[in-house]
Design a protein around this ligand. Structure first.
Ligand code: MG
Length: 151
């Protein structure tokens, strides 16, 4: 077995769409980033790459490369999955820290989206939502932990 962790932070700004786990979240702010700025999926990708000791998301998809501008992070996740050959995901446990909006209504859709992308059962994907208690309203932070099993 192997474990991997991922962590990401994006600044929230006006005139960007907020994507979390590939789900579009209605909000006045969105995450600034070279891709669609989906901090949760970036943390998941880094957790997978970390478990495989294959670098990080920036080494696979350089933020200086124009081909990744505004790309959907679900697509980046799909491109990483072939690297898991010989391994299967046991479970994925994630935390999103965001002050607004309240994420609970979207948790089911986010879990389903990630489970579908990774060919997992929804029970294998945990998404927890927390706030910074108003201390960091301009950022979204996400962390992910994955367990891989030989298959
Ligand atoms: Mg990122």
């Amino acid at each position: 077995m192997r474990v991997g962790t991922g962590w990401d932070l994006h600044k929230l700004v006006p005139d960007r769409t907020l994507y979390i786990g590939g789900v579009e979240i209605p909000h006045t702010l969105g995450a600034l980033g070279h891709s669609d700025g989906d901090a949760l999926l970036h943390a998941v990708i880094d957790a997978l790459l970390g478990a495989l000791a294959l670098g990080d998301i920036g080494s696979h998809f350089p933020p200086t490369d124009e081909q990744y501008r505004d790309i959907a992070s679900l697509e980046l996740l799909r491109r990483i999955l072939p690297l898991l050959a010989g391994w299967e995901i046991g479970n994925l446990d994630c935390t999103v820290i965001l002050d607004r909006p309240f994420l609970q209504p979207y948790i089911g859709a986010i879990r389903q989206n990630i489970a579908s992308a990774c060919s997992l059962a929804i029970e294998q994907v945990s998404i927890k939502a927390k706030t910074s208690e108003g201390l960091h309203e301009q950022v979204i932070v996400a962390e992910a932990l994955v367990l891989l099993k030989k298959c």
